[in-house]
Ligand binder design. Structure first.
Ligand code: ZN
Length: 348
């Protein structure tokens, strides 16, 4: 992630880059955000910047081998710790002492799809939905082990700890030891929602930086910025058009496309489709003001509003909810989306 890709907090980007370039960056930074406010994106951009081999005056280069690996979240010196709990994703033995490493694949998938994720989005992605995550002393031991290795490639080992306030006391004491005597060339990046819940001794070891909350416009541009939304909209449109024309054959490429996405993207698409249908429903019922249509949506949403029968919406929402549960339960995505397609076509 480059700083230029992050929306909002522009002064902070300059401040962090200045700190790196003048050698004033400490070994532990505590970034505080409102839930989903982008501090994780800042942590990624800073980690990428310190290890970039062609560091520019304002940003990382984005193309050197190190940046390349950071952008895919596969750099061997990039480590993640986040709160976890036991989940159906895990084997029986893993359930006894869950740690972040067991959930790295869904975590990275989420972070790549949306670095502005919230705490709940994390729990949904790693399958612990209704439980609250914890960072255990086992996890703290692993941090210790990882950081005692030499940096594999970069000049800095970067350890991003999402929600350190979820550490229990034993874990927090272990982290404190590491912050007091940091292994050589280590940068700790803590992303917190409640820094007052951290041990004061941990806080005092960190350079604290608070992010400004995002404005409504910035939030909207984050939601609208991803090309995914344009892609998602195209899929939604094609499905409704094919369904209205009862051309089942035209639905297949859309289902194939959805089935090939990762679980997190499939979930996002279902939620996008529900929101898209909600807008069409509102317009169909003369509540245009509540639909909050973007320029790109305007014409097609109005066109669908005039053609979709009122009985469709309830069935569509029920089927999309059922698809969301199936995705969460790891049902074969081809079956999920083929079934969803048939049901939507019948209901239209
Ligand atoms: Zn670079």
């Amino acid at each position: 992630m480059r700083f230029s890709e992050i929306i909002g907090n522009d002064a902070l980007k300059e401040q962090l880059v200045r700190m790196v370039r003048s050698g004033r960056l400490g070994h532990a930074i505590l970034l505080t955000e409102e839930n989903g406010g982008g501090a994780f994106a800042f942590a990624l951009a800073l980690a990428q910047y310190v290890n970039c081999r062609e560091q520019g005056p304002e940003d990382s280069c984005g193309v050197c081998p190190s940046c390349h690996k950071y952008q895919k979240l596969i750099h061997p010196d990039l480590h993640f710790v986040f709160p976890v709990s036991s989940s159906n994703f895990l084997s029986e033995s893993e359930k006894k002492g869950p740690v972040s490493d067991y959930f790295l694949a869904p975590f990275k998938e989420l972070a790549l799809a949306n670095p502005y994720f919230t705490e709940q989005m994390l729990y949904d992605a790693i399958g612990i939905e209704n439980k609250s995550g914890l960072i255990s002393v086992n996890e703290a031991r692993r941090i210790f082990e990882k950081l005692s290795l030499r940096a594999a490639e970069g000049s800095w080992k970067t350890m991003i700890i999402y929600l350190p306030e979820k550490m229990n006391l034993d874990a927090a004491n272990k982290l404190l030891k590491l912050l007091e005597e940091p292994p050589l060339g280590t940068l700790f990046l803590l992303v917190s929602h409640n820094p007052e819940r951290l041990l004061p001794t941990i806080r005092s070891r960190c350079q604290a930086i608070a992010l400004q909350p995002l404005t409504r416009e910035q939030r909207r541009s984050i939601e609208g910025a991803g090309q995914d939304n344009a892609d998602f909209r195209e899929i939604a449109k094609s499905i409704l058009e094919a369904g209205l024309a009862k051309r089942i054959i035209d639905l297949f490429p859309q289902w194939e496309m959805l089935a090939d996405l990762g679980r997190e993207k499939q979930r996002e698409w279902c939620l996008y489709m529900e929101n898209y249908l909600r807008k069409i429903y509102l317009v169909a019922n003369g509540l245009d003001g509540l639909a909050d249509l973007s320029e790109q949506e305007e014409a097609t949403v109005r066109s669908f509003a005039g053609r979709i029968k009122p009985s469709f919406y309830e069935k569509a929402f029920a089927n999309l909810d059922a698809a969301l549960s199936s995705i969460g339960a790891n049902v074969n995505p081809k079956l999920v989306f083929c079934d969803l397609g048939n049901r939507l076509l019948l209901a239209l």
